[in-house]
Ligand binder design. Structure first.
Ligand SMILES: C[S@@+](CC[C@H](N)C(=O)[O-])C[C@H]1O[C@@H](n2cnc3c(N)ncnc32)[C@H](O)[C@@H]1O
Length: 235
């Protein structure tokens, strides 16, 4: 973990190295419309056939797809991390490293810390590391390869911010795993948490347990847009 003096006026998103990598990654992700359409079709078929998709099966489908934060979501993620001075961040689902770059930029501007990423697909881990290196942010990111249900078991300290952006069926187990490491004021961001019936409420109540003295807040994204910032939840 690297520590520096907080540089409140710095915005690493304007750093040419960071900008160049983000622009390239967003452009590549933008060119994956066909792949995304295929993915959505496979979800629809699963639902129709009531097929339970395994983690390995879903990882294989997503192997070459970014499915990353949009530029607007990335800026939101950066600002959320900056606004709470986040220095320790965990993300469930790193893919090619887009969200990790936004968070690492925030952590650097907050004075240093660590973004702990998690990714099950080894090829994506390698590409994410290369991208983060090219952005000059490797000192702030540790990507854990493997199933996040195992790799995030010990995040190594309190967490200021958590991003849930892996398989939706694992959001609850993952937040239960991480809740003991949240503290008053920790923020949990979840992508597409309207995906499953009642997921938003179940996530909120999971994040309330087990320590009654904690509080956290939750925001969500749906349909590709950030929406519904929810009020602070007291525990
Ligand atoms: C939506 S993408 C993440 C996008 C990333 N947050 C970004 O903005 O660039 C979801 C990723 O989660 C990974 N993933 C899904 N389930 C996982 C698990 N159990 N453990 C680790 N990674 C997982 C997938 O392989 C996929 O790359």
């Amino acid at each position: 973990m690297r520590h520096e003096e907080p540089t409140s006026r710095t915005c690493s998103l304007t750093d040419p190295k960071v900008r160049a990598v983000l622009d390239r990654l967003h452009a590549e992700a933008g060119g994956q419309t066909l792949g995304l359409a295929r993915l959505l079709a496979s979800f629809a078929f699963d639902k129709l056939l009531r097929h339970e998709v395994s983690v390995a099966e879903e990882a294989a489908r997503l192997k070459d797809l970014y499915v990353c934060l949009s530029p607007k979501q990335g800026v939101f993620a950066y600002q959320a991390a900056r606004s709470i001075g986040a220095r320790r961040i965990v993300e469930f689902g790193t893919s090619f490293g887009v969200s990790a770059i936004y968070f690492a930029a925030a952590v650097r501007d907050n004075g240093g810390g660590v973004v702990i990423g998690s990714e099950i697909e080894p090829g994506k881990v390698a590409r994410a590391r290369d991208n983060i290196e090219a952005a000059g942010l490797s000192a702030y990111v540790e990507i854990r390869e493997g199933d996040a249900q195992e790799t995030l078991r010990d995040p190594g300290g309190p967490l200021d911010l958590v991003l849930l952006d892996g398989f939706k069926t694992l959001y609850l187990p993952i937040i239960r795993l991480l809740t003991p490491h949240l503290h008053p004021g920790s923020v949990v961001l979840g992508d597409n948490i309207f995906y499953g019936q009642g997921l938003q409420g179940r996530l909120r109540s999971a994040a309330r347990r087990p320590a009654p003295s904690r509080s956290s807040s939750a925001s969500s994204t749906a349909g590709g847009r950030w929406s519904c910032p929810t009020p602070r939840v007291s525990r």
